[in-house]
Design a protein around this ligand. Structure first.
Ligand SMILES: [Zn+2]
Length: 487
């Protein structure tokens, strides 16, 4: 097959393979600046490092944009088995959990399939739920922790335990909402509790002390200018914040350094680039997509000139480097043609998830996709070492970072230069239909149901109150309301 972009490809590929920039950056971000969790000392330092590094690549417009939101500070957490045995058990608090003390009967819901919360409502009401991190068998989409948490709250749970379904990886983390105390436990602690339950009634006590607090964090933004007059541009990004208990090496830093590497090599071929490519490293994804929502709010005036959004969260891990589009089958033949031209395997799929940085762009109607392998995603029942303290630099291979940068930079270059672009912005109706098709219709209404339910509580914690005020749910597109800070 003829490759009209052969000279550009030679430049991109040789640059990627004679240097080790993504691995050098990964080590810096993870070893020096640690988790980059909003509010930690490494956050702003890592952001300044990213900006300086991008500038050293010759991208003078690299900068960061600060924003405030309600973040979360970790505190000590305790889990105590009260009966039939007395025992202190290892646990960690889940981000955005409410600080507090609860005691109650333990109700184990296994992998927590959607029906079980209603079925066991009487048992759950007033008690403490434990559920695993695995997606229940037979589901065609993944069942996110947040959804299991929200459904537990709706069934009356007063405390929540998230049990790792992988042995040997410690307690999992992951954000919930400031409604009830919530903790993570290892597979081993979880199975110990389950064995006690097999014998009869079990009572546990949870104590959490974390705080939901005003926090400042950042988006790192830079542009590779295009040569044409058009306002139309493309955006690609990955969040840079990892979970506070980990280095966040796979999730997300392998994606962050892929975005930085694409910036470096695309800047070298910018004389041949027609449309501008904007590259963004989003902050505060793990606490609830705050970086991407704030980006969309701040750049509303130009958001509709965006041709395509490519999200590369965790893109430098194992597996093929394809694209899972957010409901744009017309883009699959284009990617297949590009894959042939660049002599690389780039599988395609169609999916959408309310739990990634593509979502705020998707609900604006913007065509987009996430990097990854659609087949592997289908088979996956969970995150492995992701969201545990074992998501560390040693898991990441330079060859995977290189492949991600090589595939996605050549893909972006080509779609930035295409004159005929078949993907149209989705209307509100299209968006709703795609969400329904993918089985998320009920999921996105959950927050509204939880809000209505929680509003009727006799006592509402101040942190819960702020959550109620800042979590919009009236209609699908009004997904985010920034908290009004006094200062
Ligand atoms: Zn991530």
């Amino acid at each position: 097959m003829n490759n009209p972009n052969i000279e550009v490809d030679k430049k991109i590929m040789s640059e990627i393979y004679i240097k080790s920039e993504p691995m050098d950056n990964l080590i810096k971000l993870c070893d020096i600046y640690e988790s980059r969790w909003p509010g930690t000392p490494g956050d702003l330092k890592s952001v300044k490092y990213m900006v300086e590094t991008l500038k050293s690549y010759g991208i003078e417009n690299a900068h960061y944009e600060a924003f405030k939101f309600i973040g979360w500070e970790r505190g000590e957490a305790q889990l105590e088995l009260k009966s039939p045995l007395k025992r202190r058990l290892d646990c960690i608090e889940l981000p955005k959990s409410l600080g507090g003390v609860v005691e109650g009967k333990l109700v184990f819901l296994g992998d927590g399939p959607i029906e079980v919360y209603e079925e066991k409502k009487d048992e759950i009401d007033g008690n403490i739920v434990m559920v695993t991190s695995r997606t229940p068998l037979g589901m065609t989409r993944s069942l996110h922790r947040s959804e299991k948490f929200m459904r537990s709250v709706l069934a009356g749970a007063r405390g929540w335990i998230f049990m790792n379904h992988y042995p040997g990886y410690g307690p999992p983390t992951g954000t919930v909402a400031p409604l009830i105390p919530a903790i993570g436990v290892s597979h081993e602690v979880g199975t110990f509790l389950k064995r006690r339950l097999d014998e009869g009634e079990v009572t546990v006590k949870i104590e959490t002390t974390g705080k939901n607090v005003e926090t400042e964090t950042y988006n790192v933004v830079c542009d590779i200018p295009g040569t044409s007059e058009t306002d139309e541009y493309l955006l690609s990004g990955s969040h840079y914040d990892g979970h506070d208990i980990s280095q966040g090496a796979l999730d997300p830093a392998s994606g962050t350094v892929t975005v930085m590497e694409m910036a470096r090599v695309l800047n070298m071929v910018k004389d041949n680039l027609k449309r501008r490519i904007r590259l963004v490293c989003f902050g505060a994804e793990e606490m609830g997509l705050y970086g991407s929502y704030n980006y969309v709010l701040k750049h509303r005036d130009e958001i509709h000139n965006m041709r395509f959004m490519l999200n590369l969260d965790s893109a430098g891990g194992e597996g093929r480097k394809g694209v899972i589009f957010n409901g744009h089958p017309e883009l699959e033949p284009i990617l297949h043609k590009i894959a042939k031209e660049v002599k690389s395997e780039m599988p395609t799929g169609q999916q959408v998830s309310p739990y990634g940085d593509l979502w705020p762009f998707f609900v604006e109607g913007i065509p987009g996709g996430g990097g990854g392998d659609p087949d592997a995603r289908q088979r996956k029942g969970g995150r492995g070492y992701g969201h545990t303290r074992y998501d560390t630099v040693d898991k990441i291979k330079l060859e995977n970072l290189r492949l991600a940068a090589a595939n996605y930079s050549r893909f972006l270059f080509r779609i930035a230069n295409m004159d005929d672009w078949p993907a149209e912005k989705k209307t509100e109706k299209d968006i709703a239909e795609f969400i329904k098709e993918k089985g998320y219709e009920d999921t996105i209404r959950l927050t509204k149901r939880v809000k209505e339910y929680v509003s009727k509580w006799k006592e509402i914690h101040p942190e819960t109150k702020i959550w109620l005020e800042t979590t919009p749910t009236e209609d699908l597109l009004a997904v985010y309301v920034p908290y009004k800070f006094n200062s």
